[in-house]
Design a protein around this ligand. Structure first.
Ligand SMILES: *[C@@H]1O[C@H](CO)[C@@H](O)[C@H](O)[C@H]1NC(C)=O
Ligand SMILES: *[C@@H]1O[C@H](CO)[C@@H](O)[C@H](O)[C@H]1NC(C)=O
Length: 424
């Protein structure tokens, strides 16, 4: 009894210390690293299309005759990827990073950390080295979406894409990954915090609570909308329609390969642009499959996200029908075949391993507070020269890749260091 109370006290204290530290550090860092006054930035329109130097190796071969020409399209290189939380988006980021490097594209990166000061609304002044009138090809880090500001750093012909996930699963994942950053979960003393929370969410939830958006309609929140509306509020429908109007492709985690094929089709990419290994995946034993009753509760609690998901599930399958179901099945099989082949070529043991078994620190993924549940990979020792570079890139976790692309992550790193010191 005493032991249990002692432990609870310790964890509450840890939480308080950490919460205070984090908040004050973040406020300080925000002031230090964001000195410009945002309103003073003049509006200089960006060009219709941003300059970039196409990689010569991938220029389209000269068409030999007219009937062939119809099949040839030019890859779209201007992309806004709205990176939603807990939606396999790290895997997609890796794909975008490689695509950007291949075509030597210009990324709009955040400065000093790996997101655009989330959950603050996106401002173009947050973009690293931003000057008015400058334009970028790709923006893809976490942000709270803010359409007018985003449009000011991208050319007008940019393709907007994003990805959604079943809201019950997303809620489970977010609760697991971010729960400890949300103070209102600290007072839940039950063993199964998630079940207890869902049993009576209104009792525990506080819309004003610090970081509370992680636990209610996180997707809708990421799109810059109000996550605390009632699902039948007319503003919800408006929000969904504005997302539908803005994003030309909304992918689904549950149909990841199908989503990639639709992406390739929409942007005229090549099959090899879609190669991927699942990054940032969680150890199976830490994923709790929600029983039906809890799933129903989670969907009810995240009613807006559920509406959002259903809307884009419908549009997704319409797109698949237009693409052709059989053709889709063939292409998905082909991606899977190529990915499997790459796994054999690149990965020691052919599959993901736990953090403790990853030898190379540059391959260590970022872990949630309090555990090491995220899996990573070991690069094979003797990969042949033709594949070595690609293998390494495909296996590099998000933060390390960002560093390689020249993003300074001192805030993120300091936060990691503080966590290590407190031993969380
Ligand atoms: C033109 O392309 C079509 C389809 O690829 C092919 O069947 C045809 O033989 C080509 N004609 C010439 C003159 O190369
Ligand atoms: C998604 O759409 C498909 C095809 O219309 C349907 O079979 C499925 O039940 C839908 N899923 C959800 C979660 O709405």
């Amino acid at each position: 009894m005493v032991g249990k109370q002692g432990r609870q006290w310790r964890s509450v204290c840890k939480g308080l210390v950490l919460g205070t530290l984090l908040t004050s550090c973040m406020i300080l860092f925000y002031c230090l690293s964001n000195p410009q006054i945002q309103h003073s930035l003049p509006d200089v329109p960006v060009p219709y299309s941003c300059a970039h130097r196409p990689a010569p190796a991938h220029s389209v071969p000269h068409p030999k005759n007219v009937s062939q020409q119809a099949d040839i399209c030019t890859p779209r290189v201007d992309v806004m990827f709205m990176k939603t939380h807990k939606t396999a988006s790290s895997t997609l980021l890796n794909i975008l990073f490689r695509f950007g490097e291949k075509h030597r594209l210009k990324f709009a990166f955040p400065n000093s950390r790996n997101d655009f000061f989330y959950p603050a609304s996106f401002q173009r002044s947050q973009v690293k080295d931003y000057r008015p009138g400058m334009c970028f090809n790709i923006i893809c880090n976490h942000m709270r979406f803010n359409a007018p500001e985003v449009a000011k750093v991208l050319p007008a012909d940019t393709a907007y894409i994003t990805i959604l996930r079943d809201p019950a699963e997303l809620f489970e994942s977010s609760f697991h990954y971010f729960g400890r950053l949300v103070p209102l979960t600290w007072k839940i003393s039950a063993e199964d915090k998630l079940a207890e929370f869902l049993r009576n969410p209104k009792y525990y939830y506080d819309p004003e609570g610090f970081n509370s958006f992680y636990l209610k309609n996180l997707l809708f929140f990421d799109f810059g909308q109000d996550n605390n509306l009632e699902p039948n509020d007319p503003r919800v429908e408006e929000g969904i329609l504005s997302i539908a109007a803005r994003f030309q492709l909304v992918m689904l985690v549950e149909y990841f390969e199908e989503s990639l094929i639709l992406l390739k089709d929409a942007l005229c990419w090549e099959m090899n642009d879609l190669l991927f290994f699942k990054l940032n995946a969680r150890k199976d034993s830490t994923v709790s499959k929600l029983p039906l009753e809890l799933r129903a509760k989670a969907l009810e609690w995240n009613g807006i996200d559920w509406r959002l998901y259903q809307h884009f599930n419908a549009t997704f399958w319409k797109k698949v029908d237009i693409y052709g179901r059989e053709r889709m099945a063939r292409d998905v099989a082909e991606i899977r075949r190529r990915n499997k082949e790459m796994a054999t070529i690149c990965i020691e043991g052919g599959q993901a391993v736990e953090a403790g078994s990853i030898q190379d620190t540059s391959m260590q993924p970022w872990q949630p507070i309090g555990e090491k549940s995220i899996l990573g990979y070991n690069l094979k020792k003797n990969v042949d020269k033709a594949h070595r570079k690609l293998c390494r890139k495909m296996l590099t976790p998000e933060l390390q890749y960002l560093s390689e692309l020249g993003v300074n992550l001192w805030i993120t790193k300091l936060w990691g260091y503080i966590r290590d010191v407190i031993n969380w």
